[in-house]
Design a protein around this ligand. Sequence first.
Ligand code: ADP
Ligand code: MG
Length: 353
Amino acid sequence: MSDTVLTLEHVSKNFGAITAADDINIEVGQTEFFALLGPSGSGKTTMLRMIAGLETPDTGRIVIGGTDVTRLPPYKRGIGMVFQDFLLFPHKTVAENITFPLKMQRSSDTEKAEHLQWVVNLVHLEGLEDRYPHQLSGGQKQRVALARGLVSRPSLLLLDEPLANLDRELRKEMEVEIRRFQLELGIPFVYVTHNQEEALTMSDRMAIMRDGKMEQVGEKFSLYHNPTSQFVASFLGSPNVFSGRVSAVDGEIATLDWHGHAIQARAHGGLKPGDAATCYVKSEKIAIETDAGEMSGEIRDVIFKGQYADFLVLLDNGEEVTVSSSHRGQLVKGAKTHIIWKPENADGFPAGE
Ligand SMILES: Nc1ncnc2c1ncn2[C@@H]1O[C@H](COP(=O)(O)OP(=O)(O)O)[C@@H](O)[C@H]1O
Ligand SMILES: [Mg+2]
């Protein structure tokens, strides 16, 4: 990457017997929104803390803007940070909270005032400068935390689950806002979350974390549509999961016997005939038709979700499949239907990996 701002090279970190980071390699470019997505305990916060300088890697190198910062203290790294629990000082005003990092850097009063005004306008906190945290809404507190992360005009912003404590409505709104700040500022954001929707909404690229390892890294579309492991296939979207046995493999496509139905999927992990396999198909990638398709069954339930509906289809082989579709009309409870999916829209892996 020609415009790389942040590089992690072979970074590892152990806490006693726990490996929180295992040979991590990442590059983040100048205008990128990069998400670290993974379940709790997968090592996301540890990674962010190492980038920030709050934790030292056991091995490996961290480079920011061409400088090896692995041994530099946090305040010399030119990084801003936003935490999940906001960590606002209750007895300081909004303005004092926001400019706290500048105070630590011993900036002049003029500089403080300039930066404060700039960042207050950016995150829309105009007129609230003299309030105290308890006089703010959850969303406003979050904006103060963001403003504080950005006030020293960092070359990189790190965010650790900043929206986890907000209600759904506010979270949706802030997702779009944070993305807008990132585009406006033109600096990279590294954003930690366990929420796939958040990562998919905001990021350009993301890394899926599991047990201190990066399971898969790439553009979000690529991770969503082309998972290379069972973990990623099950973590993104809400896929149907089918267990079967491989009857044939033709090039990239495996055919599985699934309770008497022949189903097809891309073959991963060296699947070969006779292998037990687990197949993942995202519900929106299954076509639901009234008179065509390989597998037939009956609609057991229609769960209306607004823009689309989830159809629970009980197939003739006794298995249930969820299909998400905007299709309406005849598709009511009790209707007979067929379902079908393209083989390249399903992913089969060796069972139990
Ligand atoms: N200071 C620490 N001392 C001991 N174990 C830690 C410490 N920090 C994190 N861990 C462990 O490292 C693993 C990764 O933790 P963390 O980076 O916080 O994960 P995440 O942010 O993805 O939830 C966990 O098993 C956690 O218990
Ligand atoms: Mg964490």
